[in-house]
Design a protein around this ligand. Sequence first.
Ligand code: NAD
Length: 276
Amino acid sequence: MTTQKLKDRVAIITGSGGGLGAECARVLAEHGANIVIVDINEQAASSVAAEIEAGGVQALAIRTDVSSEEDVKAMVAQVMARFGRIDVLHNNAAVLDVDQRQRDRDICNLDMDAWDRAIAVNLRGAVLCSKHVIPVMLKQGKGSVIFATSGLGAQGDLSLTGYATSKAALNMLPKLVAAQYGKQGVRGNAVQIGLAPAENAHASMPSELLDILRDNHLTPELGTPRQIADVVAFLASDESSFVTGTTLVADGGFGSHTPSLVAMRAFFEQSGRGGM
Ligand SMILES: NC(=O)c1ccc[n+]([C@@H]2O[C@H](COP(=O)([O-])OP(=O)(O)OC[C@H]3O[C@@H](n4cnc5c(N)ncnc54)[C@H](O)[C@@H]3O)[C@@H](O)[C@H]2O)c1
């Protein structure tokens, strides 16, 4: 992997006041990009920006609610005033706090405010940021737009109905970006993220649940924020210049195997016919 592959580029990362977004900010900064930390949590955004500036690149923290068009417009104007260009937009922000997760349940028990919030932040937010950033990229004749999706947007699960639906819809957006603006140099891709525990989202998960998830990975361990950020850095850079309109799956094989694999592995181990 090359280093400094994003030297002097300007990257906006939404929801980068913490979790995977903050790790993406650190890794893109390591590759030389100047970073715009966009988050609804101003204090968190400022603290990540200060950490990144200490590494020698420029960082700008902007408090933005990505579901508000007014906020997004003002954010893009502020970025242009400071840097005069935007090379990368990573649509990473999602509403995932404990309260939201407890209310965004199965369809029969779904709190419709939680549904509306999931769609507004995760989906509308990504569309709004793309709507206001892509015109800048079109003027430059180049840009990379990335969307953070999830395995929950591809396979059914017991809860998180609004979250899953918003993530499923996000898989369509890279195809639209690629089809609509590809000839003018703008690429669109998504990263379908598996479990890569970050401090906010999974702190409350019992270890038994994490064990079940680990058993279903085809890698020795669950993913890390760094492994996701490396994929984002690839999609942000010219290393992926022939990759557009697609969803790259970074999930340790979680979504790649037969539903019976874990039970079969246990069966073979117990019957002494050799584990795999
Ligand atoms: N962590 C994982 O294992 C995992 C798995 C699959 C997908 N993902 C996806 O990766 C992305 C990051 O996940 P995470 O685990 O780091 O989540 P997180 O909750 O740690 O971070 C989300 C960030 O978004 C910010 N945010 C929330 N609402 C916002 C709004 N309206 N405007 C601007 N910012 C807002 C939050 O303040 C927070 O800093 C999400 O899109 C998530 O769906 C994560």
